[in-house]
Design a protein around this ligand. Structure first.
Ligand code: KG4
Ligand code: ZN
Length: 338
């Protein structure tokens, strides 16, 4: 099969708490992108409940796919392949998307393409700026992941560093819960920080000068210890000081890693990339270092199916269709270079 600028891919994403479908042409042109979030369903539990996630995907996936096709204004016959996240993610949630994607591929007699969700995050930036040049340093910061990846070319990635305990978003969520700020924690901490002094408390910056790995669990413990020892402390000051510590570590390490790999720029991805302080400080650092800072829109940083369709297009071009016996794989890893 020829995979080119006219190849139309339907992307499907159900790995966590977003049900999404999108139509992308030629790997870069987003014709439609529909995302239905379940965040309200999980909020009262303070985190994603896997069983609720799978049921919600089942309820809304068909209408979400139908809407993506209608909004794109393409006939079903124009769809050349169906790409879907096969992992990593929640097994029940993944299965909903994978079963639907395979059924559609069979019904339409087009290839099925299994996509690694993390690889798709790497491609999200290209949907907004096709001119990005390799090598790039991508910082993926979400509720489940914190990693620095050197993107040398399409399909050629090297893991530069990652968290050894909590993900950055997880740290935001846990600290927000401890401070009674609600769920999801990132936006709540960011909002509260606006009223606080980021220099009020000097929280530790773990492993700041030590390699490219991250550790956030000690920071969370320091926040808890500080509040317990100082019951009168202002929540806004704690939130702002915590946020400053996380951003400081992320930006310092990304910058150092970009210099080490000779990256043309730093690309942000993942839900935490919505954080305004992180965006500001990363851009400033890139300007100082004379490299490009690329901050995709919030819609492209968080889970969506346009990035799945894009990564699917690249995979289809390099590897061809995925056999239908490849199933949902909760712990799927990216094939990093050594
Ligand atoms: O990528 P994402 O939508 O879902 C996955 O984890 O896959 O990321 C969600 C994470 C949550 O931990 C949330 O608290 C965090 O991103 N987040 C933020 C902000 N908005 C979302 N963290 C810091 N500041 C924000 N403004
Ligand atoms: Zn994600």
């Amino acid at each position: 099969m020829v995979v080119d600028d006219a190849t139309v891919v339907l992307g499907i994403e159900t790995s966590c708490d977003e049900t999404a479908a999108a139509i992308v042409m030629g790997g870069y042109d987003v014709i439609s992108s529909v995302v239905s979030t379940q965040v309200d369903l999980h909020a009262e539990f303070g985190g994603v409940v896997p069983e609720i996630a799978s049921r919600a995907h089942l309820d809304v996936l068909n209408p979400v796919v139908a809407r993506a096709i209608v909004e794109a204004g393409v006939e079903e016959e124009r769809i050349d392949a169906v790409a879907c996240t096969v992992g990593p993610g929640l097994i029940g949630a993944l299965l909903v998307g994978v079963s639907a994607a395979k059924s559609l591929a069979l019904a339409w007699d087009v290839p099925f393409v299994g996509v690694n969700h993390m690889e798709a995050h790497l491609y999200a930036a290209f949907l907004e700026d096709r001119s990005l040049e390799f090598p790039l340093l991508v910082m993926l910061v979400s509720g489940g992941h914190t990693m620095l990846v050197e993107m040398q070319d399409h399909g050629r990635y090297r893991l530069v560093g990652q968290t050894i305990d909590d993900a950055a978003g997880e740290a935001f969520d846990k600290v927000a819960r401890f401070l009674d700020l609600g769920y999801p924690g990132g936006p709540a901490i960011e909002a509260e920080s606006a009223f606080g002094d980021p220099e009020a408390i000097r929280f530790p910056r773990a492993m700041m000068d030590d390699g490219y790995d991250f550790s956030f669990s000690g920071l969370k413990t320091s926040v808890m210890n500080h509040v317990r020892k100082n019951p009168g402390v202002g929540t806004a000051d704690v939130a702002a000081s915590f946020q400053a510590a996380v951003v400081d570590v992320l930006v310092t390490k990304a910058r150092r890693a970009a210099a080490e790999v000779g990256a043309t720029g730093i690309v942000l991805g993942g839900g935490v990339a919505a954080n305004s302080l992180l965006r500001e400080e990363l851009l400033e650092a890139c300007e100082r270092d004379g490299i490009q800072g690329f901050l995709p829109s919030r819609a492209m940083c968080t889970d969506n199916a346009a990035m799945i369709a894009a990564a699917g297009w690249h995979r289809l071009r390099s590897d061809g269709p995925t056999p239908l016996d490849v199933g949902a794989t909760p712990n799927l890893r990216l094939p990093f270079l050594d």
